[in-house]
Design a protein around this ligand. Structure first.
Ligand code: 5GP
Ligand code: ZN
Length: 138
């Protein structure tokens, strides 16, 4: 498959690897948002996080937790943003699921991930929306 991250996992494209096990591969982002910006991905190709099932997602996040704790202690961090751009509309540029671990430090602006979109729509529909979503679980 012609996928950049599959090629990195296969070693066809070099990367600064920080961790690998049977299920995941983690490496440093080549255009880091901050020092230590790490990307964690499942070795198996999935386009988007929402293309994975619960078991696969749990395995991914178990590894993300382990890697984030190691990045935190190794770099002496007080915090980080951990997140996924899920789908092109949400800014996903590489169509192979990956989780960003972005170290945060004092003086870096200290904005949270909510500052990505600040439309602040009316809250009138929250009860209706919550009901709609909660009634949709299988
Ligand atoms: P996305 O926007 O899809 O969530 O994130 C893709 C990330 O992959 C970006 O942060 C980008 O800097 C990173 N990236 C793109 N190409 C490469 C590459 O060839 N090597 C590495 N290490 N990171 C890459
Ligand atoms: Zn892939």
């Amino acid at each position: 498959m012609d996928c950049l991250f599959c090629k990195i996992v296969a070693g066809e494209i070099p990367s600064h690897k920080v961790y690998e096990d049977d299920f995941v591969y983690a490496f440093l982002d080549i255009y880091p948002c901050s020092e230590g910006h790490t990307i964690v991905l499942p070795k198996k190709h999935f386009g988007r996080f929402t293309d994975m099932n619960e078991e696969e997602a749990a395995a991914l996040f178990s590894s993300v937790n382990k890697i984030a704790r190691t990045v935190e202690s190794t770099l002496g961090l007080e915090g980080m943003n951990i997140g996924i751009n899920n789908g092109e509309i949400a800014g996903q540029t590489v169509p192979h699921v990956h989780v960003h671990i972005i170290p945060r430090r004092a003086g870096d602006g200290e904005g949270n991930m909510h500052t990505i979109v600040e439309l602040h729509p009316s809250t009138d529909k929250l009860p209706e929306l919550a009901e709609k979503i909660s009634n949709s679980f299988e």
